[in-house]
Design a protein around this ligand. Structure first.
Ligand SMILES: [Zn+2]
Length: 195
């Protein structure tokens, strides 16, 4: 069994979605100052790095990250390589893709970003979870509609996956977001398991 880490590393200089503050990691107790142990305080946004978007991210009164069923984030998944597509992902690009319940898109530089029509295509095909290696799953200018379409249909969205060294194919996906009360997002550790 091989475990492949597909999570971004949390660090102050990590890549963030434009306008979002990066993590702040502050040592509040340190061995080198004579304290008995090292402990840090970590401040980060709910959509930092690899993370899950629950319905509450875009839907008022929707389920928060603490209410998301974990079986949406653990199970057989398929990685689909779309890195040959230079622009945004349209429904036609997904034509050959075998739609499984959990589908993870690997895009070109900057990651796989869906048009609103592609998001609707996924809803129409009954998938339960979609992941991307982009920091936002929506194409620029269509982010609101893409999130609304996916989250409104109850689809879990995972953003910021690290898929550059992952081949297309079937895996067991395990993604566990932090259980933040009424959280509108949850930073997560995500892995693929290959038997
Ligand atoms: Zn997000």
């Amino acid at each position: 069994m091989k475990v492949i880490d597909i999570s971004m590393t949390i660090s102050p200089d990590m890549e963030m979605y434009p306008g979002e503050p990066g993590p702040v990691i502050t040592r509040i107790s340190m061995l080198e100052s004579g304290d008995l142990y090292n402990v840090s305080q970590l401040t980060l946004g709910t959509h930092t790095g690899t993370h899950v978007d629950p319905p509450l991210h875009f839907i008022e009164g929707g389920a928060g990250i603490d209410d998301m069923p974990l079986d949406m984030l653990v199970g057989p998944a398929r990685v689909v390589d779309l890195s040959h597509i230079k622009g945004n992902i349209a429904p036609g690009d997904l034509g050959d893709a075998k739609l499984d319940e959990i589908i993870l898109f690997k895009g070109a530089r900057g990651g796989a970003r869906l048009t609103a029509a592609a998001a609707q295509y996924l809803v129409d095909n009954g998938i339960k979870t979609v992941g991307t290696d982009a920091l936002s799953i929506g194409a620029a200018g269509e982010e609101y509609e893409v999130h609304h379409t996916l989250l409104g249909a109850g689809i879990a969205v995972v953003e910021g996956l690290v898929l550059s060294d992952v081949d297309a194919g079937g895996y067991l996906f395990v993604c566990l977001p932090l259980k933040v009360e009424h959280g509108d997002g949850g930073p997560a550790r995500a892995v693929l398991i290959q038997e």
